[in-house]
Design a protein around this ligand. Structure first.
Ligand code: ACO
Length: 325
């Protein structure tokens, strides 16, 4: 049986120039390089310059992904941009990116699922392709988390960073089996009861301000390993695959300890885990495409490799995506 598949045609990423080390943070809050590195695996993060916005980062990542895919703005039917730090409350940041990449037709919108945003956006884009509503889609994760942090709160400000990543999906054909190239499956979940564990204490219809990120880290950690493991198992089961079949595990880069614990629990080979959290911290919706691009650019991810993505974030939201490269 012939089915439509969303095949990855190119990836791109962009990190702002300014590097902020753990030692830099120790000058503004009571922390240390040793504490942050040991608890999270984060050594440094990037921070936007004054006036630099989420759409600035998104455009740079998108341009790199389009160049890798050999497409221009005119070829794109749809942009799905995952962010929790949009330039403005409206219009959607995706429409600013649309304008700046020279795309004058089609549609562009944002998806808000915090750290799981890229998994959600990828699923939305895949569905648009599968039903035939789009042939070429730009999926972007872009964040300026530094603008959402309380820089007096050492329990959160050391964890996050800014950045963007993108990929271009193109419609392809498959047999409907896990040997097909493209997105094989997506699993999305959410549970609004757990809002208090990770949220922002402001917004247009509550405080008329942006607010700051608040988190009960220990509780989030516990839920993260359980939820992420469940989403991974669902992805493997749905495709009759085993952990050993996965060539590359590209998780949301939140915390090295969460990723190590999850890989151990599922039985994923440690050498298959793509880990970039040390260099950019938790960049929310941008972290998966940032890690993915690094592993593609350095030649680790090759055609036909099975790539497993997962994420969890505020809401809670979580999910997984399995892609044959
Ligand atoms: N520097 C130094 N000490 C600190 C810091 C800091 N930056 N932050 C907290 N501490 C202190 C605490 O005050 C506490 O001190 P106390 O014992 O005197 O009370 C001590 O360190 C231990 O704090 P815990 O919160 O118990 O530390 P824990 O080992 O749980 O690590 C962390 C905290 C890193 C936040 C961890 O819980 C975590 O990573 N949780 C997951 C959070 C996460 O990744 N969220 C991202 C979004 S969800 C996702 O993407 C999966």
């Amino acid at each position: 049986m012939s089915v439509r598949r969303s095949v990855v045609a190119g990836t791109g990423a962009y990190l702002p120039e300014k590097i902020v080390t753990n030692a830099d943070l120790a000058k503004i809050v009571d922390t240390s390089d040793e504490w942050v590195l040991e608890r999270t695996g984060i050594a440094e993060r990037r921070m936007v310059a004054d006036g630099e916005t989420t759409s600035d980062l998104a455009v740079k990542a998108a341009e790199a992904a389009m160049a890798a895919a050999g497409v221009t703005g005119e070829d794109i039917d749809l942009i799905v941009l995952a962010t929790t730090t949009p330039d403005y409350t409206f219009p959607a940041t995706a429409t600013q990116v649309q304008h700046r990449i020279g795309m004058t037709r089609g549609a562009a919108f944002d998806v808000q699922a915090v750290c799981s945003g890229f998994i959600y956006a990828l699923n939305v884009a895949d569905n648009f392709i599968k039903v035939g509503q789009a042939n070429t889609v730009l999926v972007i994760g872009a964040e300026t988390m530094s603008r959402l942090l309380d820089w007096t709160d050492r329990t959160t400000c050391v964890l996050f960073g800014d950045g963007a990543g993108a990929l271009v999906l193109k419609a392809g054909e498959g047999d409907g089996t896990s040997a097909d190239r493209g997105v094989l499956s997506s699993h999305l979940y959410s549970d609004g009861r757990l809002r208090e564990l990770l949220y922002v204490d402001g917004g247009p219809s509550t405080t008329q301000s942006t607010g700051h990120l608040r988190m009960q880290g220990k509780e989030v950690f516990k839920h993260a390993v359980t939820n992420i493991s469940g989403a991974i198992t669902a992805a493997l089961d749905a495709n009759n695959l085993k952990p050993d079949d996965v060539a590359w595990f590209v998780p949301h880069q939140a915390n090295k300890r969460i990723l190590d614990a999850t890989a151990r629990k599922i039985g994923l080979k440690p050498e298959s885990v793509v880990m970039t959290v040390a260099k950019h911290g938790n960049t929310s919706a941008a972290s998966i495409p940032l890690a993915l691009h690094e592993a593609v650019a350095d030649g680790r991810v090759k055609r036909n490799d099975l790539v497993l993505l997962e994420a969890m974030g505020g809401g809670f939201t979580w999910g997984s995506s399995l892609i044959r490269w």
